[in-house]
Design a protein around this ligand. Structure first.
Ligand SMILES: *Cc1c(COP(=O)(O)O)cnc(C)c1O
Length: 377
């Protein structure tokens, strides 16, 4: 059996090496390291893939979120509602811009932001909602857009974990994750579903004026060379990363399907174990791209299971072990523990298993068998 890894980047690379290596070489030979033709090509190809008018590449997913918020003109003191159960980057940029993060609870089944909790958290100062498509599954965008419309709020999708997922509206219409809100951010961190070989990110929007504003912000606030109209940042996707991403984009649907296939096999293996809840799939199969495969444990000693799996050569992860509202940097006296029952429970129950495009049946069976032995004795 191949060594089990949380994410097998080497195995994936060996399948595309013959395309990726010359693409990287070409960037080096032409020395078009920054803003080279590869960046533009990738941008166009990603726009076509997503069916979105504008993709603005940038340096990483955290920058993408920050720049999206800057582009919307959010001002210090504006309240931004987001999920308590997510990676810290989401709330970090809100705080960094001196906006007020308002963390709310998530749904127990999908782990995504709870629509009723959003409604409860809205005040006259609320300006935006940031749903995170956590672990690769789309948040309840139809309801979120409805609330946003009703209260005149912006919606910024944090799509770092769900690129390629397809959201289906109740009328059957479909849209790619990240093309539904006013603006979206994504990350091309190597372990994400579409990852480069370094750092990378992008912002998506269908709004021409916002796209123009953002293109200036990523480039020191310049719309005309050496004319700095707004305070911007320096956030670029370099050409080598764009070349890697362009080579991988054509495989994205197949990569996501491989993840779904692996998830299905895990689900099947765990279906008779009462103390394990397999991931809830909301809507159609293409709604979830399994950035993570995350189980909920009921009455199982998680720390002991993590230790047992590691001893058996099986890596695993706990995403996320601490609710954001209890992190030192993001504590706020306005928060009431009773409003975070779901997140407070999830941080103790979740465990994520190896999930990537190269997992084979032998590995999945081995992982499932070990977990069964641990639980059933
Ligand atoms: C990875 C991630 C980010 C940040 O992306 P970076 O490229 O690492 O800056 C933001 N939000 C979520 C939900 C993520 O998973």
């Amino acid at each position: 059996m191949k060594k089990i890894q949380m994410v097998d980047l080497k195995g994936q690379y060996s399948g595309i090496k013959d395309v990726v290596n010359p693409a990287i070489q070409e960037v080096i030979e032409t020395t078009t390291f920054i803003n080279g033709p590869k960046v533009h090509e990738f941008q166009k190809n990603l726009e076509n893939y997503l069916g979105v008018k504008h993709v603005i590449p940038c340096a990483n997913g955290t920058d993408a979120l920050q720049i999206a918020m800057m582009g919307l003109g959010l001002k210090p003191g504006d309240e931004v509602i987001t999920a308590d159960f997510t990676f810290a980057a989401t709330v970090e940029v809100i705080a960094l811009l001196q906006l007020t993060p308002v963390l709310v609870d998530v749904e127990p089944d999908t782990f995504n932001i709870d629509v009723d909790a959003i409604k409860k958290a809205i005040t006259p100062k609320t300006k935006a909602i940031v749903p995170v498509h956590l672990f690769g599954q789309c948040a309840n965008m139809e309801a979120i857009m409805e609330i946003a419309h009703e209260h005149n709020l912006y919606v910024i999708e944090d799509n770092a974990q769900a690129i390629g997922a397809t959201y289906t509206y109740s009328n059957g219409q479909k849209a790619k994750a990240g093309t539904i809100g006013h603006v979206a951010s994504t990350s091309f961190f190597p372990s994400k579903n579409l990852g480069c070989y370094g750092d990378g990110g992008a912002i998506f929007t269908n709004d021409d004026a916002l796209a123009h504003t953002i293109r200036g912000i990523v480039n020191h606030g310049m719309y005309e060379r050496y004319h700095h109209d707004v305070v911007g940042v320096n956030s670029r996707l370099d050409s080598i990363q764009a070349a890697v991403l362009d080579a991988k984009l054509v495989h994205l649907d197949a990569y996501n399907q491989a993840r779904r296939d692996a998830a299905k096999k895990y689900n099947e293996a765990f279906k008779d174990i009462d103390s394990i809840t397999t991931p809830f799939e909301c809507g159609t199969a293409d709604n979830h791209v399994y950035h993570q495969y995350t189980l909920k444990l009921n009455g199982v000693d998680r720390d002991a299971l993590v230790k047992y799996l590691n001893e058996n050569g099986i890596p695993c992860g706990v995403y996320y072990p601490i609710p954001l509202h209890r992190q030192k940097a993001y504590q706020d006296e306005r928060y009431n523990e009773a409003d975070f029952n779901v997140t407070n429970a999830l941080v103790k129950e979740v465990i994520s298993l190896p999930m990537h495009t190269e997992l084979d049946d032998e590995q999945i069976n081995f992982i499932a068998e070990k977990i069964k032995v641990f639980i059933n004795g």
